[in-house]
Design a protein around this ligand. Structure first.
Ligand code: SPV
Ligand code: MG
Length: 541
């Protein structure tokens, strides 16, 4: 479908069909499914038939279907279809004022046009009870048409005036007279209806028609007339008024009878549409595509946040709360971190508390408490939350505030263990003591996809060996989970392990295997509370 066909209004599209130099055809639809099938077959427009809409709703074609009911069906069609609807509006649902309401509501729903007929409410289908058919006075119907044209909010909306003169047994001249009056009243086209078995009656009308407006016909009874004959007679639009419903009726009856009689669908399977065709018509694949684009799925990644410490040298800020609860831009640092994690689909988050646990209660997190945090430090905290290191886990210090893209980058790594390293080495100027790291390659200065691996990690690394600073966030997955747990267990088994920190554990792993830990470089975009406090003290924030 080209872009123009989406941008062009349905009313314009319908107008083009009526004004086309050659005869055009539209086909009936009584719901969105039949409309989709008509559109897929390449037809240029839809006839929303009162006969078939009411039949599909279990009602008679005697004005029994209400305006509200029919509008709902039309809306479900225009929501999906890219071809215009000409709606069979019967007698306009009442007098001129009802017709005006109808026109406004059709414009709102992007229905291309409406056709109303010059009969009396409640009307009877043209092929039923000829004695029950009576025409509305010309002036009254012309007034209704004028009212409809005055009410349209879409300038291209089409109002087709249908005369039933031939249906009630009047002659061609009477039909022509009525048609002329309707064009005078503003009708955009005339529908001349006939129940003859040949095209002759309509052909006669066409031979006497002034050509002041396009003419539409409904060859339900003269169905074998070739399109060329319509074209030669000057017909602009042919409506196949009920064929989709009738096709469905026959097919449904034979399936229902077969199942009813035989109690099996065995012999039907090849004769009916496969279920996958139903899915295709519903655009089931479109939903899958949409889910990829719009649905926020749980990532399957869990998080463990180490937030036990009070923080050295932060006494005045941490008198009544742990370091992770110090506010950053009005929100506790740990809450900011949890917000980013949840935004990245991480829902299962555990927090290790130590100092002032009662003051650390971010909503929705699970807690592990490390009452000996002062003695056993980071490894002690990791040990109490050992069970939270599972599957695919982000481990982060609770006092780090970072931009969400850093977490996103970390989540894109497929390595068993991945560290985020700031390669800017800004700490060298400030003299801060940080977790320094040595990496297989320096931080790239331009776009670079090469992989980097951790070679050493320690606060005490000499400057010339230091490529950057670990920001306090890592990810373990797959075999990385086991290696970290094994390294943790063996570190804890060593005497004096209480003084070891996570950085030392990573160093152990890197020493044992130079490809154990992948490094992702960032440049800024994060800060830890210690540095923030330094900055705050210096009066820079
Ligand atoms: C319809 O399809 O509802 C029509 C055409 O109005 S006819 O049934 O021929 O009257
Ligand atoms: Mg009808």
């Amino acid at each position: 479908m080209n872009q123009n066909s989406i941008l062009e209004s349905n009313s314009k599209k319908l107008r083009k069909l009526l004004e086309s130099p050659r005869v055009e055809q539209i086909l009936e639809a009584h719901n969105s499914l039949s409309a989709t099938i008509v559109e897929e077959a390449g037809l240029s427009g839809l006839w929303a038939s009162s006969l078939t809409l009411s039949c599909a709703a279990g009602l008679r074609d005697n004005s029994e279907l209400t305006m509200t009911e029919v509008l709902e069906v039309l809306e479900s069609i225009t929501a999906r279809a890219n071809i215009p609807i000409l709606f069979d509006g019967d007698t306009g649902y009442g007098q001129f004022s009802h017709f005006q309401q109808l026109v406004r509501k059709l414009c709102l729903r992007r229905v291309g046009g409406v056709c109303i007929e010059d009969k009396i409410f409640p009307k009877t289908n043209s092929f039923l009870r000829s004695e029950g058919q009576s025409l509305a006075p010309v002036e009254e119907f012309a007034g209704k048409l004028r009212a409809g044209k005055d009410a349209q909010t879409d300038p291209d909306f089409v109002v087709v005036a249908r005369t039933e003169a031939l249906i009630v047994g009047l002659d061609t001249a009477a039909a022509i007279d009525r048609a002329e009056s309707y064009v005078d009243a503003g009708a955009d086209a005339i529908l001349i209806h006939s129940k003859e078995r040949t095209f002759g009656q309509v052909q006669d009308f066409m031979s006497k028609w002034s050509g002041r407006a396009p003419v539409v016909c409904v060859p339900t009874t003269y169905y074998s007339t070739p399109m060329e004959a319509f074209d030669q007679a000057g017909i602009s639009l042919v409506i196949w008024a009920n064929h989709m419903l009738r096709a469905g009726i026959g097919a449904m009856q034979s399936v229902a009878n077969e199942i009813g009689e035989k109690g099996t669908a065995r012999d039907l399977e090849d004769a009916i549409a496969p279920v996958k065709e139903v899915f295709r018509l519903q655009d089931a694949d479109g939903l899958l595509e949409g889910e990829k684009t719009y649905l926020h799925k749980e990532s399957g990644v869990t998080a463990l946040v180490l937030a036990a410490s009070r923080g050295a040298g932060l006494d005045e800020l941490t008198a009544d709360r742990p370091k992770a609860m110090i506010p950053v831009s009005g929100m506790p640092a740990i809450e900011k971190m949890l917000q980013s994690m949840r935004a990245e689909g991480i829902k299962d988050i555990s927090v290790v508390r130590g100092y002032r646990p009662e003051a650390l209660a971010p909503v929705g997190a699970k807690f592990f408490d490390n009452p000996d945090w002062e003695e056993n430090g980071e490894l002690g905290s990791l040990a109490v939350a050992r069970e939270a290191i599972k599957g695919d886990t982000i481990i982060a210090y609770g006092d780090v505030v970072f931009k969400r893209y850093i977490l996103h980058l970390l989540l894109s790594s497929d390595a068993p263990i991945t560290l985020v390293v700031d390669g800017s080495r800004s700490f060298l100027e400030s003299g801060r003591s940080v977790d320094r790291v040595k990496v297989s390659g320096p931080a790239p200065t331009a776009y670079d996809e090469s992989e980097n691996w951790l070679e050493a990690a320690s606060e005490g690394l000499p400057e010339e060996m230091t490529h950057g600073e670990w920001i306090g966030m890592l990810r373990v997955r797959g075999e990385g989970v086991e290696s970290l747990q094994e390294a943790l267990d063996s570190a804890l088994a060593r005497p004096g392990s209480a003084q070891l920190d996570l950085c030392a554990l990573l160093d152990d792993l890197a020493q044992a295997d130079p490809r154990a830990i992948r490094v992702i470089y960032v440049h800024g975009g994060w800060i830890d509370i210690n540095s923030l406090a330094d900055v705050a003290r210096s009066g820079d924030v």
